[in-house]
Design a protein around this ligand. Structure first.
Ligand SMILES: Cc1cc2nc3c(=O)[nH]c(=O)nc-3n(C[C@H](O)[C@H](O)[C@H](O)COP(=O)(O)O)c2cc1C
Length: 199
């Protein structure tokens, strides 16, 4: 592990009872961990107790969640497809932070039925553009996902998806490094100014 590894938050978007998302997330987390250049923070929304109602004031659970987003240099969103979109749990989790997403890269691992979650990913690209993030061109997707993993949670045919994860994480690492450097340079420049110039 490098001295200052890239801090990557893996966001598990499904909170559905009986979900398949944890299987996909576990496989992906193993792939990311094997690289050795990333410090991972798995943010599983099912564990967070985020409110359904958008709060006027952030409570402790929301504050703690926003801090974790703020600490990350990059994100991987693990999303299913529900009715050609992404789950409501994920939208609330995206909308609660704001500046904490800014100028950071986002990658996607998707899964679903015939859509493989790709329609959810296309919608998420629009949403993340509004938050001034950059989304990775390459994603990993699993069509008819439940048939692609064995009972131990391992893909029946790991070569393709493992290679896809590597390609995507290489892109994410490039952008995370570039944008971390750019953010640091920007902070140094702003320290030299007498008046705040970022709204
Ligand atoms: C409410 C709902 C809507 C769904 N809609 C779609 C869909 O539009 N396209 C698709 O490919 N799969 C669809 N599916 C199948 C899911 O993508 C699949 O069940 C997946 O495992 C759901 O993720 P989860 O188990 O982690 O919640 C839907 C599933 C649910 C529960």
């Amino acid at each position: 592990m490098p001295e200052d590894p890239l801090r990557v938050a893996i966001i598990v978007g499904s909170t559905r009872e009986g979900r398949f998302g944890d299987t996909v997330a576990r496989w992906f987390t193993t792939q990311a961990r094997q690289r050795g250049d990333m410090a991972l923070d798995v943010i599983d929304l099912v564990d967070l107790d985020l409110p359904m109602v958008y709060p006027a004031t952030a409570g402790p659970a929301v504050e703690a969640y926003i801090e974790r987003i703020g600490r990350a240099d990059a994100f991987v969103v693990v999303t299913p497809e529900y009715n050609h979109g992404y789950p409501a749990s994920l939208k609330q989790a995206i909308d609660l932070p704001r500046a904490e997403w800014r100028e950071k890269p986002v990658a996607f691992v998707s899964y679903g039925g015939t859509g493989g979650g790709l329609r959810a990913v296309e919608q998420l690209r629009q949403v993340f553009a509004e938050l001034h993030t950059v989304t990775m061109r390459d994603a990993v997707s699993f069509h008819m996902a439940w048939g692609l993993f064995d009972s131990a949670g391992q893909p029946h045919e790991p070569a393709g998806c493992n290679a896809g994860a590597k390609t995507m994480l290489d892109q994410l690492a490039w952008w995370a490094t570039a944008l971390r450097t750019a953010r640091a340079a920007d902070e140094a420049r702003l320290e030299g100014t007498t008046a705040p110039c970022h709204a």
